[in-house]
Design a protein around this ligand. Structure first.
Ligand code: C5P
Length: 216
């Protein structure tokens, strides 16, 4: 069974998806982390994101595995993929069709034979158009920036709220307006606005739609 949760940056997708995965005993996979691992690879190699030809050629050297967490060429990298520069580069790199095709093959490989909850931008529209359940989780820009600020601050980073707010707006702009697989609600997705709700309220709301005995 596949449960897809799409939505803009900071809407709470990963927090909610993790809780749902525990509740239903599904595997939670963040598709954004795969894009982030790829952006990290190019960042570490000092390869310019706009250099498409070089990036294309390098893909054969990138191996991403998932075993409770993501590994980039054998090394656990989750601690290194959340900085603002990696978020920005990720948003830039995810515009390329060849990158999206590459990620699709990785997703298919790691999702095989599993009950999956996956979050991202195009999971319900492109990656798993036949997902059993689709949700579009959103929240106001200010609320999302507030959450991102807290998350980064709590992880010990020195951050500025206004900059985060601007970077979220830029990312929305990028993700919603790119030509390939833009962020948008699937026609058959349920919209959930998390702005004035607690995590538990959102988890309960989404859970109320899910019947895990129902398989397509
Ligand atoms: O979900 P997260 O914020 O970690 O995603 C990072 C970036 O990866 C997004 O801003 C978006 O540009 C890209 N992404 C995407 N398609 C997905 C998941 C993430 O383009 N399914």
């Amino acid at each position: 069974m596949i449960i897809a949760i799409d939505g803009p940056a900071g809407a709470g997708k990963s927090t909610i998806a993790k809780k749902l995965s525990t509740r239903f005993n599904f595997t939670y996979i963040s598709s954004g982390k795969i894009y982030r691992c790829i952006a990290l690879y190019f960042h570490n190699k000092n390869i310019y994101i706009q250099d498409q030809e070089k990036i294309k050629k390098e893909l054969v050297n990138i191996k991403i595995d998932y075993k409770d967490e993501f590994y980039l060429n054998g090394l656990p990298v989750e601690k290194h993929i959340n900085s603002d520069i990696i978020s920005k580069n990720t948003s830039d790199i995810s515009k390329y069709k060849f990158i999206r095709d590459f990620v699709q093959t990785i997703i298919e490989e790691i999702s095989k034979n599993k009950n999956i909850i996956m979050d991202g931008r195009d999971i319900g529209t492109k990656v798993f158009p036949n997902a059993d359940y689709k949700f579009y989780l959103t929240a106001s820009v200010e609320e999302r920036a507030k959450r991102r600020y807290k998350e980064l601050k709590d992880s010990g980073m020195d951050v500025n709220y206004t900059e985060i707010c601007e970077s979220i707006k830029d990312r929305d702009q990028n993700d919603m307006n790119r030509e390939i697989a833009p962020l948008k609600k699937a026609d058959d997705a349920v919209v959930v606005d998390s702005s004035n709700k607690t995590i538990e309220e959102v988890v309960d709301e989404i859970s109320s739609y899910i019947n895990i005995d129902r398989r397509k």
